[in-house]
Design a protein around this ligand. Structure first.
Ligand code: CP
Ligand code: NVA
Length: 317
């Protein structure tokens, strides 16, 4: 898809001042605006054309969990847009411990122009966002990872040119990444099937939310059924951040859900493999698949930068 570099969204942006906590705040049209803007911003970046619409603006990045991609892509993204990002570690901001989430949000909003938060409890994030009168972006909570899903679908669209009807199979834990993928697919017409072991499916509330936005994902306990004919095979770690004590037990439960060469062979001939990273080779995916020709995981990681720059620009201008 060749983006129209002159086709700059109007200012103020239609998303000006909004939050992005789940992607469920957006319409299908707004989702497509974000993805189009991400492609335009990526092309500008690749062409080395400076684009600094957020000059003099500051983003606070509140981290209660570790990160590589989210921290670096948000910080670099703000810099490239002409603004500045401030990293606040778990030692500095202890959401809900040193002060209430709403006091944290109200105070930060007096200093800065937008807040990105990575935390555990999604309710804390909602409370903080409700009190902060600047845009708040979810950089991952226990239940959602919307920025990841933007990059995921950007990657799929780059590969196949369209999302409408694209068959995506997510195999593994019905976690935050699966939830956001389900919401993003509902908004874009991509067809998602989630295969998971009993007791580890997506939350019912998310299933219903996706349904209200377009379509709920198909659910199965059979990874082969999910992957057969799919053009995208996606997996994530079996134990997310905060579930470290369950990791050993989960290895046994999820073993039949490993994405290996045999499973990939059931997918469409031109199927690609995605993973939000970090990955555990030999657990949820074999080295042969993640390091193989069908893997697009590093393009997907790069697209975090472009998709988030588009999101920040649209929410902050
Ligand atoms: N995919 C992702 O969010 O990676 P980080 O945890 O490294 O930010
Ligand atoms: N589900 C994973 C995603 C990491 C980017 C976690 O929450 O740890």
């Amino acid at each position: 898809m060749i983006p129209d570099l002159q086709n700059v969204p109007p200012a103020p942006s239609p998303l000006s001042g909004r939050d992005c906590l789940t992607l469920g705040e957006f319409t299908a049209g707004e989702m497509s605006l974000i993805l189009d803007e991400a492609v335009r911003i990526k092309t500008l970046q690749k062409s080395r054309i400076p684009y600094r619409p957020l000059r003099g603006r500051t983003l606070a990045m509140v981290f209660q969990k570790p990160s590589n991609r989210t921290r670096v892509s948000f910080e670099v993204g703000m810099y490239q847009l002409g603004g500045h990002a401030l990293h606040l570690s778990p030692e500095e901001i202890q959401i809900g411990k040193r002060e209430t989430p709403s006091d944290t949000g109200r105070v930060l909003a007096r200093y800065i122009d937008a807040i990105m938060v990575r935390t555990f409890d999604h309710g804390d994030l909602e409370e903080l966002a409700g009190a902060a009168d600047v845009p708040v972006v979810n950089g991952l909570s226990d239940t959602h990872h919307p920025c990841q899903a933007l990059a995921d679908l950007m990657t799929v669209r780059e590969e196949f040119g369209t999302l409408e009807g694209a068959k995506i199979a997510y195999v593994g834990d019905g976690n935050n990444v699966a939830h956001s993928l389900a919401i993003a697919c509902a908004l874009t017409g991509a067809e998602l099937t989630i295969a998971y072991p009993e007791g580890h499916g997506p939350e019912g509330e998310i299933f219903d939310l996706a349904g209200s936005l377009g379509a709920s994902p198909r659910l199965t306990e059979d990874p082969g059924e999910a992957v057969r004919g799919a053009r995208v095979v996606y997996t994530d770690v079996w134990a997310s951040m905060g579930q470290e004590t369950e990791a050993e037990e989960r290895k046994e439960t999820f073993a039949p859900y490993q994405v290996d060469e045999g499973l990939m062979d059931l997918a469409a001939e031109d199927a690609i493999f995605l993973h939000c990273l970090p990955a555990h080779r030999g657990e949820e995916v074999t080295a042969g698949v993640i390091d193989g020709l069908r893997s697009r995981v590093f393009d997907q990681a790069e697209n975090r930068l472009h998709a988030q720059k588009a999101l920040l620009y649209l929410l902050m201008s």
